[in-house]
Design a protein around this ligand. Sequence first.
Ligand SMILES: Cc1cc2nc3c(=O)[nH]c(=O)nc-3n(C[C@H](O)[C@H](O)[C@H](O)COP(=O)(O)OP(=O)(O)OC[C@H]3O[C@@H](n4cnc5c(N)ncnc54)[C@H](O)[C@@H]3O)c2cc1C
Ligand SMILES: *[C@@H]1O[C@H](CO)[C@@H](O)[C@H](O)[C@H]1NC(C)=O
Ligand SMILES: *[C@@H]1O[C@H](CO)[C@@H](O)[C@H](O)[C@H]1NC(C)=O
Ligand SMILES: *[C@@H]1O[C@H](CO)[C@@H](O)[C@H](O)[C@H]1NC(C)=O
Ligand SMILES: *[C@@H]1O[C@H](CO)[C@@H](O)[C@H](O)[C@H]1NC(C)=O
Ligand SMILES: *[C@@H]1O[C@H](CO)[C@@H](O)[C@H](O)[C@H]1NC(C)=O
Ligand SMILES: *[C@@H]1O[C@H](CO)[C@@H](O)[C@H](O)[C@H]1NC(C)=O
Ligand SMILES: *[C@@H]1O[C@H](CO)[C@@H](O)[C@H](O)[C@H]1NC(C)=O
Length: 618
Amino acid sequence: MYIWKITLLSFTLLFFNEVCSLKYDNFEDFVKMVLGNVSAAESYVIPKDNYDSLKTDSSTIKYFGSYDFIIVGAGAAGAVLANRLTEIKKWTVLLLEAGGPDNDFTKILGLEPYTLLSPMSWGYNTTKQEHSCLGIENQQCFLPLGNVIGGGTTINAAVYARGHPEDYNRWDKVYHNKGWSYEEVLPYFKKSEKAILEPRDSSFHGDGGPFTISHVGKIPGLDEFLIDLFDMANISHITDYNGKVQNGISKVQVARQGNERVSTASAFLKPVESRSNLNISMGSFVTKIAIDEAKDRATGVYFVKNGQRYFAAAKKEVIMSAGSINSAQILMLSGIGPKEHLCSLDIPVVKDLPVGKYLQDHTMFIGLGIRTNEVFYNNTMLELLKMYEKNEGPLTATFQLQMVAFTNFGRNDTVRPEIEFAIGCPAPTGPQTQFIMRLTDEYTEAFQSDSLRDIWLYMALLHPKSRGSVKLKSSNPIDKPLIDPNYLAEDEDIETLYRGLKLILDLNNTDILKSKSAYVLDFDFPNCESHEKLSKDWWVCGIRHLTIPVYHPVSTTIMGPNPKYSVVDPKLLVHGMKNLRVVDGGVLPELNSGHTFAPIMMVGEKASDIIKQRYGAL
Ligand SMILES: Cc1cc2nc3c(=O)[nH]c(=O)nc-3n(C[C@H](O)[C@H](O)[C@H](O)COP(=O)(O)OP(=O)(O)OC[C@H]3O[C@@H](n4cnc5c(N)ncnc54)[C@H](O)[C@@H]3O)c2cc1C
Ligand SMILES: *[C@@H]1O[C@H](CO)[C@@H](O)[C@H](O)[C@H]1NC(C)=O
Ligand SMILES: *[C@@H]1O[C@H](CO)[C@@H](O)[C@H](O)[C@H]1NC(C)=O
Ligand SMILES: *[C@@H]1O[C@H](CO)[C@@H](O)[C@H](O)[C@H]1NC(C)=O
Ligand SMILES: *[C@@H]1O[C@H](CO)[C@@H](O)[C@H](O)[C@H]1NC(C)=O
Ligand SMILES: *[C@@H]1O[C@H](CO)[C@@H](O)[C@H](O)[C@H]1NC(C)=O
Ligand SMILES: *[C@@H]1O[C@H](CO)[C@@H](O)[C@H](O)[C@H]1NC(C)=O
Ligand SMILES: *[C@@H]1O[C@H](CO)[C@@H](O)[C@H](O)[C@H]1NC(C)=O
């Protein structure tokens, strides 16, 4: 924070008479806009509950009209769905989004962490964790999910990583979801995509979709160094991890067009917002689904907008796309969830289903860095923004991520990876990232990086055995849900992370590192002193302290054929309900070997076809 503020100060003194922006009449306005958002984030206080969004002046409920489809949530899946369903001119669609609009600041990928401290984020804390996040304040991990048009895709790190074919074959074979094998879902990944990647494995990518995917910019010298380094660990250079081969190290692919972020709002909603059969209502917080129990039908939804209560009616379907945490919350508030849990809160049970019971999330170790003797870049904010305008430099990528490496520990590529390294600089304690890490004071002090010289390897566990839960705190939508990801509860998860860590630790003192006078960092992890420094137990202790979420919660409304173990069927209909679907990250049976917005957009694409088929429109 400190360096950052100094940079900003020098920067404010310098910007006069600069004129070079594309959008802004002058650079000065652009800079003002950026500074305004940065300082707003610095003083932002995350609301403890949803009171401000839900307070109303009267208890009367106004009628908001009747639509063929009501979609709740305009995120990765909901925005895709709204676009595809309104291709059918005779269908009317109401898209309800709790958040507000995106803006020019959210387009700058490199400044993304600031949007996580703004009303664009739900800003959740997890419950107190026993096995992870021990070095985070109150042992509660920070889980900032998107509360804005475009959902997560408007505020996320934009890394496009679908995972491995085996991920989807498992949805089909292991979880018995007919229609979701890799071969069957690949066309839907391609349908959304407009790939401008060079090089790429063309048969795996789409050129004609609205959602642009491109490579991140370059930090000179870094890629070459990383490729040589990972080669020493037998992780070879590949060119397209979303193509033929995933295991290996390659350039990051991101949702970006020119220097601007691409979100599902910019790609799927903006171009069709004038369709007369599409109503997009922002600032509309859905609290409950109206259900006709005798007919097993959802009849509409209740929501609050600008202090007024509304009811909107659904003629065909209600589709929950509020994300895996909030869809689970709204379903439970509406009586769909585990019977004992709902009864304990005096919520009448409509359907007894395991909502919230299989929560899974990626978690990552943030304590792995390599200190070099090289300064990769050392620029003022002013310089960084000028570079950004030319689509160059660190601000073109979130966390300055440059490369990703996936490994299955030396098996052939038919086996999906276990560990991902997302590699970039600066480090997690650098000025742009530190404040979202929420480290305790003692960890902040002990875990000091050099934000100009360090290369950071965020190491994620791709297939955790641990699962957690989402529960209601009360029957009132004002209360935020209780989110317990239960990271690293299973010993196997720790073993896998340590195996990944070893790959890099074993490279310390190799010639390639020595050539840059570089070495793998070792911190004095607080509360780990009882273990011999650098021993396995010591690292495990460090891992349990310095883990944070990757913000990929899934499986809360898990898809499967059996209502005992799943919430929606393979057509995404809530078991026992005729016209209530869930179409978002909650339906993923388990985590993919990558990041989550790509598969969730795919789910949105496939769901649109399932719905079109049901009503004879395809
Ligand atoms: C900080 C961050 C970084 C990430 N980085 C990456 C990355 O680099 N790559 C990647 O692939 N994934 C990343 N993700 C994850 C990815 O963005 C999510 O998995 C994805 O957006 C989830 O899609 P969804 O459709 O399930 O829900 P969301 O995209 O979260 O959309 C849900 C929408 O519903 C709205 N909503 C919620 N409750 C209500 C309500 N009661 N009433 C009305 N509307 C409501 C929300 O405001 C939101 O707009 C990241 C996420 C975060 C938060
Ligand atoms: C953030 O940027 C947007 C434009 O992208 C602007 O409208 C808004 O006023 C800025 N916020 C602050 C607090 O300056
Ligand atoms: C989350 O935890 C942080 C740090 O402990 C705390 O300051 C904040 O108030 C909590 N947020 C909510 C919404 O409870
Ligand atoms: C890399 O592969 C070679 C050849 O199979 C093997 O001898 C070596 O031990 C491997 N190195 C690592 C770090 O796994
Ligand atoms: C929905 O959109 C149509 C066309 O834009 C508009 O006429 C109508 O008033 C909107 N309905 C509501 C409830 O906002
Ligand atoms: C970074 O740049 C500043 C300003 O030019 C300079 O004072 C400082 O020494 C540089 N830092 C490094 C590590 O090169
Ligand atoms: C790849 O590994 C799998 C699992 O170990 C094995 O069954 C398969 O034969 C191997 N394939 C090739 C082409 O080596
Ligand atoms: C890496 O090697 C250096 C010496 O070159 C040593 O100081 C450091 O502790 C080692 N790092 C780790 C993680 O073992």
